[in-house]
Design a protein around this ligand. Structure first.
Ligand code: ADP
Ligand code: MG
Length: 218
């Protein structure tokens, strides 16, 4: 049975993202120390804590949730990632305008996020950025939805592809962002932004699967 995603899912997603950013804060800091300035874990942890705070009173729609996240990330997360994720969440909010999201709605939402990142950062795949997680995630989501997968399975496919995409950044030479200053020395390290993207999409799938689980008998 396919279950469309609703506002409760969106709130659970963002709470999950906050927990994931807190849990992986040091790992993201360490990855960013290797090829950047070491602030990515701190930035993302602060941003999603702020987003959860802003959403404490609840929200009326998926769009409201994603818009609140976008505004908070823009305001609280510095560096490259704040505006990039902020734009992604703003575009996803616009794409997720209805009461709920079906499988193709999820695909459209993720595609809008990727478009926002690329409009802002001008990176394409293979440049060792978060685009290398988002782009395969979007492709996998579309393939899953076209094959009849329900929204939770579409998100799970996206998350798995993002995780593989993040791992696949290790041998890449960075040609965008701070890591590009390192030239050849950027090779051999996993991109922090691609890594945070994989975690964020994984908890989107977790929240959808929890949303889908049969209600416990009272
Ligand atoms: P900063 O590099 O300003 O310190 P962060 O450390 O928070 O910002 O984020 C770094 C991440 O941002 C990188 O790992 C990469 O994934 C992403 N990034 C940087 N520049 C771009 C870009 N032009 N397009 C897409 N992603 C980018
Ligand atoms: Mg950094």
């Amino acid at each position: 049975m396919s279950k469309n995603l609703d506002t409760a899912w969106a709130l659970a997603w963002i709470r999950g993202a906050q927990e994931a950013m807190a849990e992986h804060r040091m790992e993201l800091i360490d990855l960013d120390r290797e090829i950047g300035d070491g602030d990515h874990g701190e930035n993302m942890d602060r941003g999603f804590k702020g987003a959860v705070q802003k959403l404490e009173g609840g929200a009326n729609s998926i769009q409201d949730v994603l818009k609140a996240v976008a505004q908070t990330l823009m305001a609280k997360v510095g560096g490259a990632a704040g505006p990039l994720y902020g734009t992604a969440f703003m575009r996803m909010a616009k794409a997720a305008a209805g009461d709920s999201l079906d499988s193709q709605g999820v695909v459209a939402m993720l595609a809008a996020g990727l478009e926002g990142i690329q409009a802002r950062g001008k990176a394409t795949t293979g440049e060792k950025t978060m685009v290398d997680a988002w782009a395969p995630a979007c492709e996998a989501a579309k393939a899953a939805a076209d094959g009849g997968a329900d929204p939770a399975a579409v998100l799970r496919a996206a998350a798995a592809a993002a995780a593989k995409g993040a791992a696949d950044t290790i041998p890449m030479l960075a040609t965008k962002g701070r890591a590009s200053y390192l030239g050849e020395r950027s090779i051999g390290h996993q991109d922090p932004g691609a890594t945070s993207t994989a975690y964020i999409l994984a908890v989107a799938a977790d929240a959808a699967e929890a949303n889908e689980a049969p209600e416990e008998a009272a």
